[in-house]
Ligand binder design. Structure first.
Ligand SMILES: *[C@@H]1O[C@H](CO)[C@@H](O)[C@H](O)[C@H]1NC(C)=O
Ligand SMILES: *[C@@H]1O[C@H](CO)[C@@H](O)[C@H](O)[C@H]1NC(C)=O
Ligand SMILES: *[C@@H]1O[C@H](CO)[C@@H](O)[C@H](O)[C@H]1NC(C)=O
Length: 445
């Protein structure tokens, strides 16, 4: 256990600023310590027992073995995946939610009033087009949408004029009513049978959060029926454990990954009264109380948006190569997006730049914590619009969107907290997405 303490020391001392430059070094030490730790396990064959607080921050070895290179494993690996391992680091959460209070005036970040376009009937340039969920945004309108001023922008859910069919993401009225009551939201989605249902670890979630936080899992009908055959049948209220399953009909995109970006980015639209939200990819099981997460990543750092960096890549150039290497998306479409971004100010990640605006230019977007402030909502809409216009690979558009938003609003700060990937790993348990025809996972919780 002494070994583990050292990791904690290191990461504490590293602090937020320093860690921008020492991530790789830290990773090396963490990795070396972990190897030492593993050797000592193997040599002494000890059954280790983890007690109390430390347990929250780390996972037993058995579980770590499942946790290699995350979602970058190709869907059908042709060769053995590279077994590079990544480890969680301890996060200094408060001990309990009992004395948590939202800091006074916390939501007084950059203020302006953001409206969302519901239909496009006024716009003349789209007469010839079918209505689209993301709308038909011209490049001039896109440019304008980056200004943090009172304005009405496209942010998904754009309907056609009367008489046109729905543009998709249709929900039951009773589900919409439920969602409109939520103040704090944890949400996730499974579309196209792409994953199992991983329930939050109930014993680690406070009674307060169970009562006051909405846990919503968006699924399509196909996924719902598969989950039901696997024993995850919703009760009369639509719940499976803490998850409320909300069925989405008429998916707006044929690309399921793109459809998944609707609940991922547009939480503030789906839950119009919500003040805070946590997004979890379906491959993650939540093992930390949502209020402790909001306190740690937003309140304590004065941030309105928090996302982790990528565990190995920091430059969009690398990310583009990797996406092509693993055939993640149509190469021509990736090239079009990438050259557009280069011509509009995207630069390479330069770790020697003392004014680096982000600790990494590649996010690991499977876990996002948000306060629903105007700037945070604007960023979410802009990022969604990039995914709608270009590819569904959101790691490609994150930094471009962030830098452009910053550049176009020099006097209006956006408080984004990019935290370390090892922290993300200590809040959740990571699995692989469902492989075609693999057996269901053991049911815990
Ligand atoms: C928000 O309010 C607090 C407390 O009044 C103040 O210290 C802080 O500077 C304010 N932040 C902004 C962005 O106005
Ligand atoms: C922006 O909208 C807010 C709230 O509706 C209003 O108080 C403010 O005066 C508006 N600002 C401008 C510049 O129009
Ligand atoms: C790939 O993307 C390009 C550019 O967006 C498009 O013209 C082409 O049809 C796409 N190819 C496939 C196979 O979808």
């Amino acid at each position: 256990m002494g070994l583990y303490k050292n990791n904690t020391e290191l990461s504490r001392r590293g602090g937020r600023k320093l860690s921008r430059f020492s991530n790789n070094g830290l990773l090396f030490w963490v990795f070396s310590l972990a190897v030492l730790c593993f050797i000592s396990f193997a040599v002494f064959g000890l059954g280790m027992h983890f007690h109390g607080k430390l347990e929250r921050g780390m996972l037993p070895w058995r579980e770590l073995q499942e946790d290699y290179i995350g979602h970058d494993v190709p869907d059908r690996p042709t060769k053995k995946p590279r077994r590079q391992r990544f480890f969680p680091c301890e996060v200094a959460f408060r001990d309990s939610i009992d004395f948590l209070i939202e800091p006074k005036d916390f939501l007084n970040f950059t203020q302006f009033s953001l409206g969302y376009m519901g239909t496009e009937k006024e716009a003349s340039h789209i007469d010839a087009h079918e209505p689209k969920f993301g709308g038909h945004q011209t490049l001039e309108e896109r440019e304008q949408s980056f200004f943090a001023v009172n304005q009405t922008i496209r942010c998904g859910f754009v309907r056609g004029a009367e008489g046109f069919p729905s543009t998709g993401f249709d929900l039951k009225e009773e589900d919409k009513r439920y969602m409109s009551t939520c103040r704090v939201v944890v949400s996730s989605c499974i579309f196209g049978n792409s994953d199992f249902l991983r329930r939050p670890t109930s014993k680690l979630i406070s009674e307060y959060s169970k009562k006051n936080v909405c846990f919503v899992m968006f699924v399509d009908e196909e996924t719902l029926s598969t989950l039901s055959t696997e024993g995850s049948t919703p009760d009369d209220g639509g719940f499976v454990g803490l998850w409320k399953l909300v069925v989405v009909k008429n998916l707006p995109y044929t690309d399921m990954r793109k459809t998944g970006k609707v609940p991922k980015f547009l939480t503030h639209r789906l839950f119009p009264s919500s003040r805070y939200s946590i997004w979890l990819d379906s491959k993650l099981r939540l093992t930390t109380d949502p209020l402790l997460i909001i306190d740690h990543f937003l309140w304590q750092t004065g941030s309105e948006y928090a996302i982790s960096n990528h565990y190995t890549r920091h430059c969009v150039w690398e990310e583009v190569l990797q996406n092509k290497r693993l055939n993640k998306y149509n190469h021509t479409a990736i090239d079009e997006q990438f050259s557009f971004y280069q011509s509009d100010g995207l630069t390479k990640f330069d770790p020697s730049d003392p004014n680096l605006p982000l600790p990494s230019y590649v996010p690991e977007g499977s876990f996002i914590v948000r306060a629903h402030t105007p700037m945070s909502n604007l960023f979410s809409c802009l990022w969604f619009n990039e995914v709608d216009r270009f590819t569904s690979r959101d790691q490609l558009s994150f930094t471009y969107t962030f830098l452009k938003l910053k550049r176009m609003n020099p006097d209006k700060p956006f408080h984004l907290n990019m935290f370390k990937d090892c922290e993300r790993r200590s809040l959740v348990k990571l699995f692989h997405h469902r492989e075609p025809s693999s057996p269901p996972p053991p049911r815990i919780s």
